[in-house]
Structure formats: C-alpha cells, structure tokens
Design a protein around this ligand. Sequence first.
Ligand SMILES: Cc1cc2nc3c(=O)[nH]c(=O)nc-3n(C[C@H](O)[C@H](O)[C@H](O)COP(=O)(O)O)c2cc1C
Length: 189
Amino acid sequence: MSKVILLSASPRKNSNTMDVLSICAKAIESENVEAEIISLRGKEIKSCIACNKCQEIGNCVLNDGLDEIINKIKNAQGFIPAAPVYFGTARADIMAALQRIGKVSRGANKFLSWMVGGPIAVARRGGQTITLQEMSMFFNINEMIIVGSNYWNMVFGSHNQDTNDDPEGLETIRQFGENVAKLILKINE
Ligand SMILES: Cc1cc2nc3c(=O)[nH]c(=O)nc-3n(C[C@H](O)[C@H](O)[C@H](O)COP(=O)(O)O)c2cc1C
C-alpha cells in the first residue's frame, strides 16, 4: 500500500500544526492511501555540516533521530512537511531537517525523485506564503511533485489550538490531502 509521511515541525504539545496534519492524514486515508504523522517535537534537529558522508553511507552521520524519519520517507511515496511560522519564515528545525533529507537523497539514490506532496504553513496572523515558498525550494530541487489545492496550503491558528476557527484553511488542507492521494494512485495505475 502506498504511504505518505506527514512531518510536523511544531515543538508544542497541543499543536495547531498537528491538528492540521490530522485533517490532511484523514483525507489521504479516505482515498485508501496510508498516512503516518511524525513530529519533530522533543527532537533537536541539527543543521547539515556538509561532510558529504551521506554520499558514502546513504544516510546522515548526525545522530539526532532524523535518520529514522529519513528511513520512513525512503519507503513512502508522499511527503508533507508542515511548519508553524516563526518571525515570517518556517521554524528553523524544519529547514534544517529538509536540507539534510534532501542532501541524503541527492547523495544516495534520489529517493525523493517523483515523490508527491507539498508544504503546509500555520500561523497566528501572517507569513504563511513566504514560509510555503521557502519550503517549496526543497521540493523543486529534488525532482518532487508539488500538488495543488483550492488555495495555498495555509491555516490560521494562535496558541490556543483554534484552527477550527479557520474552516476555509482546513478545507484547503483536506482537499490537498485528497489530491496528494489521488495523484499517487494515478501514478501507480
Ligand atoms: C518564536 C515565534 C515566532 C512567531 N512568529 C510568528 C509570525 O511571524 N507570524 C505569525 O502569524 N505567527 C507567529 N507565531 C505564532 C505561531 O506561528 C502560531 O501560534 C502557530 O499556530 C503555532 O503552531 P503550533 O501550535 O503548531 O506550534 C510565532 C510563534 C513563535 C513561538
């Protein structure tokens, strides 16, 4: 069965990003594609040190738990990273993670190539579009396929787990999840 990995970059327990990813995962599963949500919460993701060892070993030498996530992505057909906006851009940990995941893919067997997905950004008030653009760079340089929805993949939520107050944003994410699953099934036909 095809699988999509959804990666939350929120450090918070009661997280809007996790709430949004649950909706996305449900939409994916409703099309009979498997979905697994993974969180960076509690992890301290280091930045790429440009050692190029991934070209030899096919994984990352940094020992902070990202390798387990990379192994799951290697076995998936879809990838959806989601980040809270911090000062107008993506939370730093997700960019560190994406840069290392991309570096390993490019150094190894390009496992990201033709993987289906796209980024999601969550913010209290502003900065989602720049955050989406920032995260999209990872998709384009790794031959991945970004899927559209009926709006950009952005949701409003403050510290109070209140994304339900943005039904339009949640519907965009639901539609996005459905489209990701449908494209994966189409590619597999
Ligand atoms: C350091 C920091 C910077 C933030 N910067 C922004 C910002 O630039 N724009 C914004 O709308 N919200 C900003 N926020 C609020 C979060 O993006 C917002 O609360 C989001 O819903 C948190 O997602 P989470 O619950 O999944 O962690 C910031 C929060 C923190 C902790």
